[in-house]
Write a protein that binds this ligand. Structure first.
Ligand code: FAD
Ligand code: UDP
Length: 387
C-alpha cells in the first residue's frame, strides 16, 4: 500500500491524528514500537480479573467540551471525580490540601483562625498556589503555607524529581494547588469521566478504520530516517514525500546527536491482594516517609466488581537511563539545560516540510491526555490548512 501519512506512536497523539487523516480518505500507517496500541494509557487485565493501567494511573479530566465530545465517539464514559488523600502524620487527609485537611491536622481554634485569614486574604478565590502562600505577608498564613509545603510538597517532590524542590519548575508544583474550601476533588475541571470499559477500547475503535494500518513491535528507526542536512525523510530507504508525524522522543530519533535529554522514570510495582479493598481511597499519596510516592488501587478507578481480589500499584521514582531498554521516559525535566538541548533538536527538524511533532515526548511537555488530544486535533487542522 502507498501511504499518504506515516505516524509514529499509537498513543493519543498518534491515534487521533491517524483517525483524522483516515476520515479524510488518506491512507495511514501507524508504527508503534510496543506490542500494543494505546501508549501510556494502555490497560492490562491481571490474572485476578482487575484491570490496571500498565504505565501508571490515568484519570481523564478536561475543560474542553471539544475533547470530550471527540472521545465519546469511540467509547462510553462514566462520571468519575477523582479524589486523593495523603498519609500525613498518621492521618489520611484530602490532597489538594483543603479546609478538611486543615481541620484534621490543626486544633479547632487554630484551624478557624487560618481559614478566616485565608478567606479574607483571597476573597472569591477557590484555589491558591502553595508558592503564593509562602510569599504571603501575614505571619499566620505564611506559617500555614510552610506547614503544607513541608508536609505535602517538599519530600514528595524531592522523591519524584530527585532534586531539591527549589530546582523544580514552578509549573510542576502548581499542578497541585491549595483549596480554599471543602472541595476535595483532585482536579477542578468541568468534565471528569472514565472510559466505561477502559482506555483500550477507545484506541481499538479509533484505529479500526479501513484506511489505517497499524504495525506493532516496530521502532520508527526500522522504517524511517530523517536527514537533517538535506531536510528529507526516507521510508524503507526511499525518499518519502508524504506526511510524517512523530510522537516519540526527539533525542532518540536523532540518535542522541547532541546528547540525551533528561527524563524522570518510574519503577511501577503491582501487587495482587486477596482482599476486597486494600486502602480507603483510589489513590493515597505518601509525601514523606515511604520510598514510593503513591499507591493506586485500580478497582476504584474502573468501577469493577471483583470479589475478594484487588490490585495496587506503588510508584517508585527512578532516574531515566536511555541505554536501559526497561526504562520508560515518563516525565520531561524542565531546566535551562534540557530546554536548550530540546531547542537544538527541534531546530534541526523544524524546516523539514513534511515532518511534524506531536505529543508529550515529541514536544518535551508535561501534557495531560486532554491537552494531547487537543494538540492532535489542532495539528490536523493546521496540516490540512497548508496542504
Ligand atoms: P504516549 O502515550 O507516551 O504515546 C507515545 C507512543 O509512541 C508510545 O506508545 C510509544 O511506545 C510510541 N513510540 C515512542 N517512540 C517510538 C519509536 N521510536 N518508534 C515507535 N513507536 C514509538 N494525563 C491525564 O490526563 N490524566 C492522568 O491521570 C495522567 N496520569 C499520568 C500518570 C503518569 C505516571 C504519567 C507518566 C503520565 C500521566 N498522564 C496523565 C499524561 C498522559 O500519559 C499523556 O498526556 C499521554 O500519554 C500523552 O500521549 P502521547 O501520545 O503524547 O504519548
Ligand atoms: N506534588 C507533591 N505532593 C503531592 C502531590 C504532588 O509535592 O502529594 C507535587 C510533585 O512535585 C509532583 C507535582 O506536584 O511532581 C505534580 O503532581 P501530579 O499529581 O500532577 O503529578 P502526576 O500525576 O503527573 O505524576
Amino acid at each position: 500500500m502507498k501511504y499518504d501519512v506515516i505516524i509514529i506512536g499509537a498513543g493519543f497523539a498518534g491515534s487521533v491524528l491517524a483517525r483524522q487523516f483516515a476520515e479524510d480518505n488518506k491512507k495511514v500507517l501507524v508504527v508503534e514500537k510496543r506490542d500494543h496500541i494505546g501508549g501510556n494509557m494502555y490497560e492490562k487485565t491481571m490474572e485476578n480479573g482487575v484491570r490496571v493501567h500498565l504505565y501508571g494511573p490515568h484519570i481523564f479530566h478536561t475543560n474542553s467540551k471539544k475533547v470530550l465530545d471527540y472521545l465519546k465517539q469511540f467509547a462510553g464514559f462514566f462520571f468519575y471525580e477523582h479524589r486523593v488523600v495523603g498519609y500525613i502524620d498518621g492521618n489520611f487527609v484530602p490532597i489538594p490540601f483543603n479546609f478538611k485537611s486543615l481541620e484534621i491536622l490543626f486544633d479547632e481554634k487554630e484551624a478557624n483562625e487560618i481559614k478566616e485569614k485565608l478567606l479574607k486574604a483571597y476573597p472569591d478565590t477557590k484555589k491558591v498556589s502553595i508558592l503564593d502562600l509562602l510569599d504571603n505577608q501575614d505571619e499566620t498564613i505564611k506559617r500555614f503555607g510552610q506547614f503544607v509545603y513541608e508536609k505535602v510538597f517538599v519530600h514528595y517532590t524531592a522523591k519524584q524529581w530527585n532534586i531539591p524542590i527549589e530546582e523544580v519548575d514552578t509549573s510542576v508544583i502548581n499542578r497541585v494547588p491549595v483549596l480554599l474550601g471543602y472541595d476535595d476533588r483532585y482536579f477542578q475541571d468541568t468534565y471528569q469521566y472514565m472510559p466505561k470499559n477502559g482506555y483500550n477500547e477507545i484506541f481499538e475503535n479509533m484505529l479500526n478504520h479501513k484506511n489505517i494500518e497499524v504495525k506493532l513491535s516496530t521502532d520508527a528507526k526500522e522504517v524511517i530516517s530523517v536527514d537533517t542536512e538535506t531536510k528529507k525523510i526516507y521510508f524503507n530507504k526511499e525518499e518519502y514525500q508524504g506526511i510524517v508525524i512523530y510522537s516519540g522522543a526527539l533525542d532518540e530519533l536523532l540518535n542522541y546527536s547532541y546528547g540525551p535529554l533528561d527524563y524522570r522514570s518510574l519503577n511501577l510495582v503491582f501487587e495482587n491482594k486477596e482482599e476486597n479493598y486494600y486502602q480507603p481511597n483510589s489513590v493515597v499519596n505518601y509525601p514523606n516517609d515511604e520510598k514510593f510516592t503513591r499507591i493506586t488501587e485500580f478497582k476504584y478507578l474502573s468501577n469493577q466488581i471483583v470479589k475478594d481480589h484487588t490490585t495496587i500499584l506503588k510508584e517508585y521514582p527512578l532516574t531515566y537511563d536511555y541505554k536501559n531498554p526497561d526504562h520508560v521516559p515518563y516525565y520531561a525535566i524542565f531546566n535551562e539545560k534540557n530546554l536548550n538541548l530540546y531547542q537544538k533538536y527541534y531546530d534541526s527538524v523544524k524546516e523539514i516540510p513534511n515532518f511534524y511533532l506531536c505529543g508529550r515526548l515529541a514536544e518535551y511537555k508535561y501534557y495531560n491526555m486532554d491537552a494531547v488530544v487537543l494538540k492532535a486535533l489542532d495539528l490536523y487542522e493546521e496540516i490540512k490548512g497548508v496542504k
